[in-house]
Design a protein. Structure first.
Length: 132
């Protein structure tokens, strides 16, 4: 049986390595109040960029956080989103420094927040870990 597969477009709302959300977590956000809390937490240590207006009847937010690290060299990014039959798969890439890598000496907390059209199926996250 043929399985329908489609790449889903998404837009980055915020991305960086100096966030304030302290957990290693992937979130699906479908409400304004939760988005408000996550946005405030992400930018609690710096002036936040203007928070985008999101229509949650038409859109879903996906936020991925890598957690706290005592050095630089760590990143996280939503690479692509695919719809395959009965589910969505969100491909996330987490990078980390390899042995001998030169990194900044300061805490980091990588994050990537994206918006997509409203999700109507189950979501699966597929993570790749890349040493650089």
């Amino acid at each position: 049986m043929y399985s329908r597969e489609e790449l889903i477009n998404f837009e980055t709302l915020a991305e960086g390595v100096h966030g304030g959300y302290g957990k290693h977590e992937y979130l699906i956000i479908n409400s304004q109040s939760i988005f408000d809390d996550i946005w405030a937490s992400t930018f609690k240590f710096k002036t936040p960029p203007p928070k985008p207006e999101i229509n949650f009847t038409k859109n879903t937010i996906i936020a991925v956080f890598y957690g706290w690290f005592i050095t630089g060299g760590f990143t996280i990014q939503v690479i692509k989103i695919r719809e395959i039959s009965s589910q969505y798969t969100v491909y996330v890439e987490e990078t980390y420094p390899g042995p001998g890598s030169v990194v900044t000496m300061g805490s980091t907390n990588p994050y990537h927040i994206v918006v997509i059209e409203k999700l109507t199926k189950n979501v699966n996250f597929l993570t790749s870990h890349v040493e650089h």
